[in-house]
Unconditional design. Structure first.
Length: 134
């Protein structure tokens, strides 16, 4: 004879869950700082003020206090060297409306034309027109 055993399990208890709205919410503040690079261009650095104090940088780094301009420039500025200007481009126009381009190369305080002539100072358009005008 088989006995049928009835097992009693406790009934599951359902508890309604309510969404609790936070009392306050801190909106992140974004601070924009412009870094001027050595070549004159600018780089934008975004810092986010966080609720627990301090700031987060664009790469996720944490600053306990506002970082200095020099620190941000070292991290986010574009490393570049301003090139020394060695060429001067002069546009020569004529009465027919055509334009000639003369490129002078500076060496020290002297300027050299495309034909090898040396000017001890920057020549005027009138001086270059005598040699290169058409």
């Amino acid at each position: 004879m088989q006995h049928h055993v009835q097992r009693h399990y406790p009934r599951p208890m359902y508890v309604p869950v309510r969404y609790v709205r936070p009392i306050y919410q801190i909106e992140p503040r974004t601070i924009i700082i412009w870094i001027t690079n050595n070549n004159g261009s600018q780089t934008q650095v975004l810092l986010t003020a966080v609720s627990y104090g301090g700031y987060l940088g664009p790469r996720g780094e944490y600053y306990a206090a506002m970082p200095t301009y020099d620190h941000l420039k070292a991290m986010y500025g574009i490393p570049c060297v301003v090139p020394e200007r060695t060429n001067v481009v002069v546009y020569l126009g004529n009465v027919r409306g055509n334009e000639s381009v003369v490129i002078l190369t500076r060496k020290g305080t002297d300027y050299y034309g495309p034909r090898g002539e040396c000017y001890h100072y920057l020549p005027t358009v009138a001086q270059l027109s005598l040699t290169y005008g058409r």
